[in-house]
Design a protein around this ligand. Sequence first.
Ligand SMILES: Nc1nc2c(c(=O)[nH]1)N[C@H]1C(S)=C(S)[C@@H](COP(=O)(O)O)O[C@H]1N2
Ligand SMILES: [Mo]
Length: 395
Amino acid sequence: MKSIHTSQAGFSRRSFLRGLALAGASAALPRWVDAETPFELLQGRPALKLHDDISNAEPNLARLVQSWVTPVDQFYVRSHAPAPKIDPGAYRLKISGLVDRELTLSMSDLMGQFGQSSVMATLQCAGNRRDEFNATAKVGGVQWGPGAIGNANWTGLPLGEVLKAAGVQDGAKHIQFAGLDEIKEKSGTIPFGASIPVEKALSAGTLLAYAMNGETLPPDHGFPLRALVPGHFGVRSVKWLDTIIVSAEESPNHYHQEAYKIMPKEMNADNVDWSVSPPLYEMIVNSVIATVDVEKSGATPTARLRGYAVATGHADDAIEKVEITADGGKTWQRATLTSTELPYCWRLWEAQVPLNSGTKAFAVCATTRNGARQPQNIDWNFKGYGFNAWHSREI
Ligand SMILES: Nc1nc2c(c(=O)[nH]1)N[C@H]1C(S)=C(S)[C@@H](COP(=O)(O)O)O[C@H]1N2
Ligand SMILES: [Mo]
């Protein structure tokens, strides 16, 4: 297994300054910094299908699997409220809780006082493929197809360095993040918040990111600073970071304690007891057929399938194989993994499958080195998270 891909360099403080006019030359701000709402921004991105007028959109699947690195304009966006407008010059990240020293850091501090590090990582919403739950019973929330996933090169500083500078005290178990967004909930207006275990926060690859694919982080993706937690569902990678609190407890935020959990199938919004399920952290094995191209001109008709697969979010897990069935799981054919293997990154795959006259549908199933295999069916859960049953496509 290759070690985690981190590197120094790439994105200079000068390029951030140039891109953002951190010094206050607002005329030089890129158009997206001035955008009124992310919705307007997204309208300028034909690659994305909008789910609503807040800021939730996913790319076209055929385009998504054309590139192992997902271009920023094809990267899904999932925000619970419009992206806050943040003046990068006035921005401060605050670190408190079980620390020896409370810290308040500007973007200049964050970019100048700590090492720079980059990581390739796949971000995936826990609601990816949610719409497939509807075949059992309707689920609420953004009706994601299989495009709420993308793979990018994230650049920033290791979260562990900032935590070491603050001095993490004994008894610290969780690192809580809160964003600057204002989400209207029944209880009032709240920011988005989540936490990760302290070991994960200190491990290689967990970043405070300010760039994505070498570009300044766009507002929709968390400008000027977001957490980036490789291997965990996207919900842990809190955008527009406001505070980091070192604590003995998990985040008290609604989105950590309540929303993002896989609840037993008997539960629904009326009888839910959130305490019975843990928060979602690591991703689970998944794969999707993105395209099926039927080729009928040759002696034996074939279908060319393409798609993506992700392993579990364990640092040492990886995709072992991706298999295709044309007969509901009786026989399987292995797909070819076409992209490189790196920890925390998806793999693209391709398969050329013979087409019999009786073939009606294909299904894909991925298996990981640690032995996780996609199930044929999964239990329904009312929040619609973690859909990872075999993905099938009719011809
Ligand atoms: N502050 C804040 N952070 C957030 C969210 C949010 O609504 N507010 N959404 C989370 C969820 S559910 C996901 S899947 C990812 C999506 O990241 P992206 O929009 O950059 O793809 O951001 C996470 N971080
Ligand atoms: Mo998500």
